[in-house]
Design a protein around this ligand. Structure first.
Ligand code: ATP
Ligand code: MG
Length: 423
């Protein structure tokens, strides 16, 4: 019986994994610079967590979740996003009581959404994201955005665009909500069934609808920015001023609303404007959410974060022709000139590997020529050949594969020599 992987999933083959490591390492370094610490939450959670945390009028919850009953009859869902689980953990472990505030966390891992697979859209995909909980200071908004931007700069992505909006506070959003209902209500029967349901439940979602986004009323809908009260406006101005202080360019898009119900104040997306993406591709999206911690029965706590699609970032790098390392380096290949040398070769590669020097040998009984070929195919920096005289004297010819130069090295000196050469 032959099997294929499920639609919307991908194998990440060894040739590609080095790129993933590169991105993850780069992100972890930045997270460290900004003092965000990793948290790992389960891949599945109680379904209700997402119904409440993401909002049941969202596409994610109403259409895209992988939900199943476990053998105990409990409804479980493969996580479609990372914020709700992190906030659950924040409340469950009473991190609001930590001495260190705000609590700055990052996560990475697979997310699951039942979507129509296409370029840059999968059913299992990977996100790296951060959350900062416990501060309503505008400099945290700017920090979160700058972390993402600095990550993109660091990996070499330059053709990116930061788009921002503010959804304001509760009062501003309520006024906007009324205006939206008044705007859409007279013609709501021209909209899809989902939007009709959304009208009174969450009219903001209509602006985000994939089916109705061409409807003229969507384009003329009142923009939230006009409804921001003074406090909300001042907050938004402060975030923008901090970004300007860091020389981070942005554009304001008053129609930017995001897929989660809990956002307020700052929302943002970072897109790749690299040619070949067709339209722009959103690499990263996030915003401020007040109310989510309370929704999960924690004390009133402000939060802000973003989620970044790793597959899309890799695609953007590809479109930008930025090549990332594809292989880990192989430092030394140990060649056996005769069968009897095999035991010594086993011993030698083991010694090298224990000293953190990557090493390889032959396992297919190849002739010397075949082993040399294997070594250069694998990109070995150095080789040593174990022949009769080498076994006798314990002295090897260490060959630099790039220059062809050879030097005699005693077995006892091999580790030390390679370590200095690698510096
Ligand atoms: P989109 O508008 O592309 O559907 P979204 O608003 O649903 O994105 P978020 O929930 O904010 O996306 O997720 C953050 C990021 O995760 C996105 O900007 C994108 O890079 C990535 N992402 C989201 N859904 C997918 C998916 N199905 N496949 C691959 N990456 C995804
Ligand atoms: Mg989506």
């Amino acid at each position: 019986m032959k099997f294929q992987l499920p639609r919307g999933t991908r194998d990440i083959l060894p040739e590609e994994v080095a790129k993933w490591h590169f991105l993850e390492k780069a992100f972890m370094k930045i997270a460290d610079n900004y003092q965000y610490r990793e948290i790992r939450t389960p891949i599945f959670e109680h379904t209700e967590l997402f119904e409440r945390g993401v909002g049941d009028s969202t596409d994610i919850v109403s259409k895209e979740m992988y939900t199943f009953n476990d053998k105990g009859g409990r409804s479980m869902t493969l996580r479609p996003e990372g914020t709700a689980p992190v906030v659950r953990a924040f409340v469950e472990h009473k991190m609001y009581g930590n001495v260190d505030q705000p609590v700055k966390l990052f996560y990475r891992g697979s997310m699951f959404r039942y979507e129509r697979p296409q370029g840059g859209r999968q059913r299992q995909f990977n996100q790296i994201g951060i959350e900062a909980l416990g501060s309503a200071d505008a400099s945290i908004d700017a920090e979160v955005i700058s972390l993402a931007m600095n990550f993109f700069y660091k990996i070499g992505l330059k053709n990116i665009q930061l788009v921002m909006n503010s959804l304001g506070d509760k009062e501003s959003r309520l006024r906007h909500r009324e205006a939206l209902i008044n705007h859409f209500e007279p013609q709501i029967d021209e909209f899809c069934e989902d939007c009709q349901k959304r009208l009174h439940k969450n009219p903001l979602r209509i602006l985000d609808c994939k089916k109705d986004h061409e409807h003229p009323l969507v384009k003329t809908a009142p923009a939230i920015l006009a409804f921001l009260n003074d406090d909300s406006l001042a907050y938004f101005e402060q975030v923008k001023a901090y970004l300007q202080a860091m020389k981070i360019d942005f554009t304001v898009d008053a129609t930017l609303v995001r897929g989660l119900d809990y956002y307020n104040h700052t929302t943002f997306e970072i897109m790749s404007i690299e040619e070949g993406f067709g339209a722009k591709a959103t690499l990263c999206g996030g915003g401020r959410y007040h109310g989510l911690v309370e929704e999960f029965a924690g004390p009133q706590t402000p939060g802000i974060g973003f989620g970044m699609g790793v597959e899309r970032v890799l695609l953007a790098l590809e479109k930008a022709d930025i090549s990332l390392p594809e292989k880990e380096v192989l430092t030394c290949y140990v060649i056996t000139a005769q069968k009897e040398a095999n035991t010594k070769a086993v011993e030698l590669v083991n010694t090298l590997r224990q000293a953190d020097i990557s090493a390889e040998k032959d396992y297919l009984d190849r002739k010397i020529k075949g082993q040399l070929k294997d070594a250069s195919r694998k990109g070995a920096l150095y080789t040593v050949i174990l022949g009769e005289s080498e076994l006798e004297t314990g002295k090897y010819q260490l060959k630099n594969m790039a220059t062809g130069e050879q030097e005699e090295v005693a077995e006892t000196e091999l580790v030390a020599t390679l370590l200095t050469r690698m510096k």
